[in-house]
Design a protein around this ligand. Sequence first.
Ligand code: ADP
Ligand code: MG
Length: 743
Amino acid sequence: MAEPSTPLKSILGSTAAKLKTSRGIVDVADFLAFLPRRYVDPATTTDLSVLHEDEYTAVVATVKKATTHPMRQRRGTLLNVVVTDKSGHEMTLTFFKPFGHVDRLLPGRTGLFAGKIQRFKGTWQLAHPNYELFDEEDADDAMETYAGGLLPIYLEVPKLDSWNITKAARLVFHQLDDLPEPVPEELRTRHHLVSLLDAYKLVHLPRTRADVKRGLDRLRYDEAFTMQAILAQRRIASDDLRTTPRLPRPGGLLDAFDARMPFDLTAGQLEVSAEIAKDLASEHPMHRLLQGEVGSGKTVVALRAMLSVIDSGGQAALLAPTEVLASQHFRSITSMLGDLAEGGLLGGSEIGTRVTLLTGSQPIGIRKKSLLEAASGDAGIVVGTHALIQEHVQFFDLGLVVVDEQHRFGVEQRDALRGKGKQPPHVLVMTATPIPRTVAMTVFGDMETSTLAELPQGRSPIATHVVSNPRWFQRTWERVAEEVRAGHQVYVVCPRIGDDPSLPAVSVSQPGAMRESSEESEEEMVVAFDVDESAPPPARELRSVLEMEAELRDNPALSGLRIAVLHGRMATDDKDETMRAFATGTIDVLVATTVIEVGVDVANATVMVIMDADRFGISQLHQLRGRVGRGTSPGLCLLVTETEAEAVQQRLASVAATNDGFTLARLDLEQRKEGDVLGAHQSGGKSQLRLLRLLRDEDLILQARADAFAIVGSDPGLERHPALRDVIASALDEEQAAYLERG
Ligand code: ADP
Ligand code: MG
């Protein structure tokens, strides 16, 4: 009898080699997990109007006519066979060696034809397909194989047709009479789930669509259940950690800061601050996610948490995804603190502290000084990029780590942070991307969450319009000029940087800069992932920052305006310089890539023009436009597109129609693949979400979460649930391997 670890070779012989070479399938467990992508019903012909080019598939069709032609280029004849479905849609089969086929593929015969579908001269085509005819006399391996059932279609395995895989499945199940059960019996009964072995049988060898559904229901539940059990264990493990409680000191830094804050905290900010203060006062490290719309005032909340940690003698680190953002945080925190940030300096406040910026591309001298301030504890707050945690930065007593604009920051990085302090630091992760409930429960499922729902008073709404008619393009630039004349500033966002012969391909001036700049250009390329798949490829090059700048300089409507560019290929100093100039108002129009996507805060910027807006995802557009309307003047966002496709227009219209980030996040989730939503860098992404859909399966995920937390809560080491423990161990191995591979 076989078990999950049995090598396939011992059951399937030479077929096993094909599965191994092309799909890495080695043992029974791998084979079971290689699920069919769809099913064909041999009893009815397949709809030939919905096929996918370049995909391996099998269709049921009826031969309409067969003709042979001499070949033009070389000797021999070509056999063309036209097959149809029941609505008359056609597909052509071509055979370069007609021998043996001409007498079999007679008009009226129905069969199963398999191969890679191609589009050729306006019709679908299968070149020398494999096939099985249903009504032939010397029948019919294929018929036997799926008699009365559905034929599963798998991803392409060269030299192996789907019906061969089905045969293999029969052999495997013949040898397999038991599988370890990770889901306790009691739960299976309660949720009417079939056994794991039956679930695999139902999806690999179904008779009806209902079979497939029953099988998948169980496998989906397993996926959610295992994931949530991992998160539950993680949560319990972090509850076991001990750390130093951090309490503000009466009359200390936090009090001094509160006393001089120029505004009142919103009710939401007060509530979240209280939650955080409570966490910090505990001897278990905080592990909290703070989500709130762009401009909802997360930074102030985080700063107050940092100050209370400093009050208790510890240090805080603030991590930003890019150098631009790190510098901006450094500047704004320094200015919010005023003389409270001049601790130890002549004329500084007595209770004050020091804020230090630490980035990979700083000149060695400055960097050394920052490192020293972090290690000595002179710096109460260290601001830097994510690289801060990857490098050998020492802290005197790191009490709190704040991660800003989380997005691409996975569990592994969070774990790496834990090793940075003498004791595990408290961790606060902030994100402006509204996170649908199920995403919060998967990617961030081991954290507590807080939400800032309201925006501070006096914020102006952002109006968004789609500009898709070329007649309005020039008007757009006139509008930009008007805005500048009224004393405001404007962003123009493009999807590409563009080529400038005067720039080196990658501007790496110092060794330390390497990681940073590659990190940032990666950031900008995210656009490519975000593209809606239904959007046709653009017929022209996308707008680039550099071309756009030149174009705007030449545009008479904008003459006299101060225009500058910002993108990830610029040296860090230049980027900083440009951001500072824009912040102080000496630049009118900033032409930029998505470097400005997160956190950039210039209250006087009121208009954003997004070029090729169709190239950006919904959530990304929402993030981008959050850069304008941060002050008291109303914001305007213009989504410029030259694509007329219905789907694109609709997507942009929905962004224009609402400012509610949660609504848009759900919409985004509906339209994009999960892997993209979670980000390839997210743990729990690629390796765990196979069958689950975060929206469709919301109820299932909630249920599985409750079940898993209950089980793990009562049996944290899973001693009484060995099969579940094993599944988790191998899932974590896989995750670890994937992480190491990404490096
Ligand atoms: P987020 O990081 O959530 O996008 P910020 O913390 O950067 O938002 O806040 C955006 C702006 O609003 C900042 O200029 C900040 O000083 C200001 N702000 C924050 N809280 C309040 C408040 N309660 N009342 C008025 N303005 C506020
Ligand atoms: Mg922010």
